[in-house]
Design a protein around this ligand. Structure first.
Ligand SMILES: Cc1ncc(COP(=O)(O)O)c(C=O)c1O
Length: 381
């Protein structure tokens, strides 16, 4: 069977019943061990520390208006994949802006971050490639490696000596090596050492793939991501980021060389076989992107407030607006989450397997006031 096709054989009814049985067991087990996932229903009156709308741009009138203007001009949906009817000039104009602001030669827009990471990593690697991962990388990147069948080795989180040890051995066996890391880790709020990642990857002839999902909008010069602060080899570094977090819209970009962009357009299945992002999302994301350099004081306030939470409550290795409060057990964490909710505060409760240690993930955003921070600290202290 072709590895890209997931064929269900409906002639094997007995097998199907076994499958359903298996699904039911997984669901009931997750209820028993408190990992059962439920869609939340929150009213707007809560103070929300769970949202990734870090700069508040999803509610920004200029951003919404730009989305509406794009929808009026191009339609509610893109009507086809970029390679068919869905390639509006808006995409190409925005891609040129992204490439300029990220310091790369080209950029390609995807429908969401998960689709970009899983599709691009799948496309760039095969069973002859070694992919070396920070072990806390996002699930979407793992998905790309599993889909391509590349060999995966993981280094301890932020441990670049471990990365180098793996590379020293790997260069004897592998010609194609991809080193992959988030720049800001979304569950821990800590930051990769980008200079070291660039240096080590260069030294061992590896391609470096960086995910700026949580850095885009908040960090680096002009808010254009942490890689903006470093020189890198434009042929050998690929930078992914999303419009779904601080940018306040939906979608993602891959900033890369002209060759990689061209290759992705030829071969990346998640790009080729999917209807392009809606004009509303692109119009809104482009406006938010253009606003980023003017938002320094908002970024400073967010960082000051996150620092205040860290001083009062800890927060592990967090250095960003994402502050995790770790718990020994899921029960303890869920109890605290309920107490916060009773006090009108929403915080994401993250459990294994999403994160190895149960935690409340506090994400400070532009809509918070000093009073909100005091209240949160008061309940958690
Ligand atoms: C580091 C990281 N990369 C990628 C994604 C996926 O992005 P999207 O939500 O746009 O699919 C996420 C989302 O949670 C993320 O945290």
């Amino acid at each position: 069977m072709h590895k890209g096709l997931f064929i269900v054989d409906f002639t094997q009814e007995a097998e199907d019943f076994l499958m359903l049985d298996k699904f039911a067991k997984v669901v009931s087990r997750s209820k028993a061990d408190l990992t059962y996932r439920q869609l939340p229903h929150y009213s707007r009156s809560y103070v929300d520390f769970s949202s990734n709308n870090y700069l508040g741009l999803s509610q920004q009138p200029e951003v919404i208006e730009a989305g509406i203007a794009a929808a009026r001009r191009y339609g509610a949906g893109a009507t086809g994949s970029r390679l068919l009817s869905g390639n509006y000039e808006l995409f190409e104009e925005f891609e040129a802006q992204i490439a300029r602001d990220k310091g790369t030669d080209a950029a390609l827009i995807f429908n969401c971050g998960f689709q970009a990471n899983s599709g691009v990593i799948e496309c760039l690697t095969d069973k002859h490639t070694l992919v070396i991962f920070d072990m806390l990388n996002h699930a979407s990147m793992y998905q790309g490696v599993f889909a391509s069948g590349a060999k995966l080795k993981r280094f301890q989180h932020l441990d670049y000596t471990h990365l180098e040890d793996i590379l020293k051995d790997a260069v004897r066996e592998y010609k194609d090596i991809l080193v992959v890391s988030d720049t800001v880790f979304g569950m821990d709020g800590d930051i990769a050492d980008i200079q070291t990642l660039i240096g080590i990857s260069e030294e061992y002839g590896a391609i470096l793939y960086l995910d700026e999902a949580h850095a885009t909008g908040l960090y680096g010069k002009g808010g254009y991501g942490l890689t903006k602060n470093f020189d890198f080899d434009k042929e050998k570094v690929i930078i992914m980021g999303t419009f779904s977090k601080a940018i306040g819209s939906s979608g993602a970009y891959v900033a890369c060389s002209g060759l990689i962009k061209d290759f992705l357009i030829q071969k990346c299945k998640s790009f080729i076989y999917s209807t392009a992002l809606s004009p509303f999302c692109i119009g809104a994301a482009q406006k938010a992107w253009e606003m980023l350099p003017s938002l320094n004081s908002i970024r400073q306030n967010i960082m000051r407030r996150a620092e205040k939470i860290r001083s009062a409550l800890g927060g592990g290795g967090s250095k960003t607006n994402i502050v995790p409060i770790l718990f020994k057990t899921t029960e303890e964490m869920m109890l605290k989450k309920q107490i916060l909710e009773a006090n009108g505060i929403i915080v994401s409760g993250i459990r294994p397997p999403t994160s190895p240690t149960p935690r409340l993930r506090i994400a400070v955003n532009a809509t918070h006031t000093d009073d909100d921070i005091e209240k949160l600290i008061g309940v958690l202290a």
